[in-house]
Write a protein that binds this ligand. Structure first.
Ligand code: GLA
Length: 333
């Protein structure tokens, strides 16, 4: 298989769009790879609250506009990521000028204004939004993570976020997005949250499974169970931020500058199995996005462990298909 004669997104045409998370830099460095191998993009950072709305009266749309433009020119879909999150949200959102916490009414107004402005601007570019990101607590009995949104607005902050987004773009598909989404305890909490929201009439159309996975967990069967569980709520599922780290979370620093053959073979087998599962679940799945375009630069370089490069994606440092990519594309269903 050569990259010029075959395409990942074309191989999946009958299944689901294949996306990559990117920033404006990728439009210079990865344009060919993106336009030939992928048919969807997500903004890795530039649509998040902090970069796009850094000050109360200032929006910075340049980077997100460039991405939206690239998607349009190349006939690609674009996912919106993300509107309400506890991270990468500036402090001013939650504070009065004197530093005291704003009232529920003020925060709801700010949320609504932000959502209407951002979602309204990208109405013709973005077909679906990760409206709320990572609202569920990993540990303990509480369903909701303790955040400023929860503290100031109360539990209905999610319902409001979905309502505001639906008002701003009634045709956009609205997702809830989270990680550790195959972990049984967290999956139960996410399912409960989504069920409650749907019962209260929240316009939610899909569950975004981030899919930041490791070399041994979760198993393909756990992933299938999660997809089936979320889909049983009557909503669609997308894989929104997929990468397969070659390291376990607890592995320490590693000076390897090239991946070993064993690492890449193991990863290829895992990608092959997981994508076979995704194809089997195609009735529920409406998109699969990788969290990056190629292994030359990904968020897993030096994170969460410093002095450790990672190779978590389907294309190598030279933007060529890896063994994992070949296996993902080589199927007869
Ligand atoms: C989470 C967020 C993403 C991104 C990754 C790390 O999964 O949803 O936007 O920040 O963490 O890169």
């Amino acid at each position: 298989m050569s990259i010029s004669t075959s395409s990942l997104s074309k191989a999946y045409k009958a299944y689901f769009p294949i996306g990559a998370a990117i920033g404006p830099r990728h439009l210079r460095t990865h344009a060919d790879l993106l336009s030939t191998q992928y048919n969807s993009i997500t903004a890795e950072n530039c649509m998040k609250f902090e970069p796009i709305h850094p000050e109360p009266d200032r929006y910075a749309f340049e980077d997100a506009d460039a991405l939206a433009n690239f998607a349009r020119i190349n006939g690609m879909k674009m996912r919106g990521h993300t509107l309400v999150w506890h991270n990468q949200t500036p402090k001013w959102v939650f504070e009065n000028l004197d530093g005291t916490p704003v009232s529920r009414e003020t925060l709801l107004k700010r949320m609504q204004e932000h959502i209407h402005t951002v979602v309204g601007r990208y109405k013709n570019s973005v077909y679906c939004w990760d409206v709320v990101n990572e609202a569920v607590a990993d540990e303990g009995e509480d369903i909701l993570r303790k955040t400023k949104w929860l503290e100031i607005i109360g539990e209905d902050y999610l319902l409001k976020a979905y309502q505001f987004t639906h008002e701003a773009d009634p045709s956009a598909l609205l997702f809830y997005n989270d990680y550790n989404e195959t972990n049984p305890a967290k999956m139960r909490k996410i399912t409960q949250l989504l069920k409650n929201l749907l019962e209260r009439g929240a316009p939610i159309h899909g569950m975004g499974m981030q899919a930041h996975y490791g070399p041994s967990h979760p198993k393909a069967e756990d992933i299938r169970l999660a997809i089936e569980t979320y889909a049983s709520l009557g909503i669609k599922v997308q894989i929104t931020e997929m990468d397969l780290s070659v390291y376990e979370r607890e592995d320490g620093p590693c000076e390897l500058r090239k991946p070993t053959k064993e690492m890449m073979d193991h990863q290829a087998t895992r990608y092959e199995r997981i994508f076979a599962t995704l194809r089997e679940c195609k009735a529920a799945i409406t998109g699969v996005t990788l969290w990056g375009a190629a292994d030359d630069a990904t968020w897993l370089d030096n994170f969460p462990v410093r002095r450790r490069k990672n190779w978590p994606l389907l294309f190598d440092e030279n933007h060529q298909p890896k063994e994992a990519c070949r296996r993902v594309m080589d199927f007869q269903d």
